[in-house]
Design a binder for this molecule. Sequence first.
Ligand code: FAD
Length: 236
Amino acid sequence: MEFLSDVTVELVRHSAADSDVVWAARVSTAGEQSLEAVGQDAERSKGLINYLMRDRHGSPFEHNSMTFFISAPILVFREFHRHRVGWSYNEESGRYRELQPVFYVPGRSRKLVQEGKPGRYRFVEGDDDQHKLVAEAMETSYRRSYESYQEMLEAGVAREVARAVLPVGLFSSMYATCNARSLMHFLSLRTKDERATVPSFPQREIEMVAEKMEALWAELMPLTYAAFNAAGRVAP
Ligand SMILES: Cc1cc2nc3c(=O)[nH]c(=O)nc-3n(C[C@H](O)[C@H](O)[C@H](O)COP(=O)(O)OP(=O)(O)OC[C@H]3O[C@@H](n4cnc5c(N)ncnc54)[C@H](O)[C@@H]3O)c2cc1C
């Protein structure tokens, strides 16, 4: 049995660069010659990307692709899969393979106590007793659930039936493919960032995934990333 307090995000493949935005946008005025203009004038590219972002000309940000491997608790995937547009998902199956006993237990930095009203919660530190209680209660419950799961499998019950006893703290894994536009929309909702003109209040665990995705994307498309932040993290 394994207890984890962090998530995994890896960029497994990509075709994504600021120049992809530029050539897609310049087809408006340069036709097929827009490809030749890529990389000729960095300052003009920066200006163009900022303009597209600010005025919410979104489609030039779709001509790129990033595939992430993500391992996180099922409670994160429930929220993640609500993002429908510009996303493709494939998740490990609980029907075709035995699910492994890897479970989420919040780490010491995870704020435990919720204050305020719905939609505008504020989270504050838990004390030592609360952290101890959370770790013990979760671990006990996870062990019990997984034992019941195994008991049913050993008795010949199908995996798809037995998995009903497993909780949303169980880790799952998936590939998620998106483009810069769909990623920006996701980041605007699933991170809490002081540069955002429209603040969001995501659950910390999906934000942990989002922050890792953001760091990987920022390396690939630094001009687009800067423009996104300058525009108040509003997706175009
Ligand atoms: C902090 C937070 C709390 C939340 N709480 C809840 C909750 O309590 N319960 C709950 O059920 N969900 C909740 N959600 C999920 C939320 O309602 C969205 O389903 C999720 O954020 C995905 O956003 P989206 O629909 O904009 O994304 P996508 O599905 O990726 O869509 C992207 C954009 O495409 C357009 N679009 C997509 N589909 C349609 C459509 N059918 N019709 C018209 N336009 C469309 C919209 O402009 C949309 O913004 C919460 C989300 C956040 C960030």
